[in-house]
Write a protein that binds this ligand. Structure first.
Ligand code: PNS
Length: 168
């Protein structure tokens, strides 16, 4: 495999995502980060444009990494991006069952293979949902999201929580 699509919601990008993207950029010739534009999940903290822009900024030093949006089936995004397969990260056992199911499904539907990278120990506990919660409650996101985009993420999550307070 020379090129991969690394798909996800990235709501928002975390240091865990960047651990994987950095390592993938050293392993593959081309890494396409695919941000799912899920119109059925309108309650995302960050818009598709914000999620893409944060990722582009965080990955700006990695010349073989590009960021794009996709909607619909992942296997269609693989075809459209002209990559050889899918990349996913594995943290703990809880990821494993769901990831295997997705990988098998994509292989059965379209012959698309998935490769997995084990998350680095230092980021095992980090998830986008935890980042959203910490940010909304006014916690410090240092070490949880990339430094280059921390202020933007903090402002957006903090702003959302203030909006919530205003409207009860
Ligand atoms: O970061 P996430 O939310 O764990 O990523 C899940 C994602 C976006 C990779 C997956 O839900 C996806 O690509 N869905 C698109 C629809 C699809 O193809 N579903 C069938 C099997 S993945």
């Amino acid at each position: 495999m020379r090129s991969v699509l690394y798909p996800g919601s990235f709501d928002p990008v975390t240091v865990g995502h960047m651990d994987l993207i950095r390592r993938a950029s050293a392993l593959f010739e081309r890494v396409v980060v695919g941000v799912l534009h899920n119109t059925q999940k309108p309650l995302q903290a960050f818009s598709i444009e914000q999620r893409i822009s944060l990722l582009q900024e965080a990955a700006s030093g990695l010349i073989n990494v590009e960021v794009c949006a996709y909607s619909g089936l992942l296997v269609d995004a693989v075809r459209q991006s002209n990559v050889d397969g899918v990349l996913r990260g594995l943290r703990a056992g809880m990821d494993f069952d769901m990831e295997q199911q997705m990988a098998r499904l994509n292989r059965q539907m379209a012959g698309v293979e998935t490769v997995f990278l084990a998350a680095s120990p230092s980021v095992l506990h980090i998830s986008a949902s935890m980042v959203r919660e910490v940010g909304r409650l006014g916690g410090d996101l240092r070490g949880l999201v990339p430094d280059s985009v921390r202020e933007r993420i903090t402002d957006t999550l903090g702003g959302r929580s203030k909006e919530g307070e205003t409207h009860g």
